[in-house]
Write a protein that binds this ligand. Structure first.
Ligand SMILES: *[C@@H]1O[C@H](CO)[C@@H](O)[C@H](O)[C@H]1NC(C)=O
Length: 168
C-alpha cells in the first residue's frame, strides 16, 4: 500500500514520505493557488487552513516531481500549534479515476513513529526522509486525500494531490 504510506507520512509529519509520491505531478492548477502547500511539492490543502492545528512552513521534494526508480528525498517543516494526543486519526482515500482504491482510517501517532516522532506532538518539527521509489507504477489519474483529526474531531490538516501518471 504505497499510496497509503504516502498519505500517512505527509500528513503526520507535516511532511511527506512515501513511495506513492512517485505518482505525483504538478497537475492541479484548477485549485486556488492560495491552497497550494508551500515548498517544492505537488500538494494542496483541501480547504482553508484557518482552523488547522498543523501549520506547514514548507514541504520540499527532491526531485520534484518524484521519478520512478529513483530515491526521493523529502524535507518538511511545520508547527503543531496545539498538542496532539493519542487518539488522533487520519482518513485516507486514494482514487484511480473514479474508482476508490483505498478508503481507510489510520492512527496518527502510530504512523508518526515511522518518522521517529512520538505523541504528544507539539511545536516545531523538521522531518527528513529518503524513500526508494518503485521502478514502475500503473498508469492513470490518481487522487489522494488525507484528512487528519484529533481524537475530539478537531481538524489538524487536510492535504490532497492529483496526478496523471504514465501519460504525456
Ligand atoms: C508555533 O505555534 C505556537 C502556538 O501557536 C506559537 O506560540 C509559536 O510561535 C509557533 N512557532 C512558530 C515558529 O511559528
Amino acid at each position: 500500500m504505497r499510496l497509503t504510506s504516502f498519505l500517512l507520512t505527509v500528513c503526520l509529519s507535516s511532511v511527506a514520505v512515501s513511495h506513492a509520491l512517485s505518482l505525483f505531478g504538478s497537475d492541479q492548477q484548477v485549485l486556488d493557488d492560495e491552497l497550494a502547500v508551500p515548498g517544492d511539492n505537488p500538494l494542496f490543502y483541501c480547504q482553508s487552513t484557518d482552523e488547522n492545528i498543523l501549520l506547514i512552513d514548507y514541504v520540499d521534494l527532491t526531485p520534484n516531481p518524484p521519478e520512478a526508480g529513483k530515491t526521493l528525498t523529502i524535507k518538511a517543516h511545520g508547527n503543531f500549534t496545539e498538542s496532539v494526543e493519542e487518539g488522533a486519526y487520519m482518513l485516507l482515500q486514494v482514487k484511480y479515476g473514479l474508482i476508490t482504491l483505498i478508503k481507510q482510517q489510520a492512527d496518527l501517532c502510530e504512523q508518526m513513529s515511522n518518522v521517529d516522532e512520538d505523541c504528544p506532538l507539539s511545536g516545531e518539527k523538521t522531518i527528513t526522509k529518503d524513500v526508494d521509489l518503485p521502478a514502475t507504477v500503473p498508469p492513470g489519474k490518481y487522487t489522494v486525500t488525507a484528512d487528519v483529526y484529533t481524537k475530539d474531531d478537531q481538524q489538524i490538516i487536510c492535504l490532497t494531490a492529483t496526478v496523471h501518471f504514465g501519460g504525456k
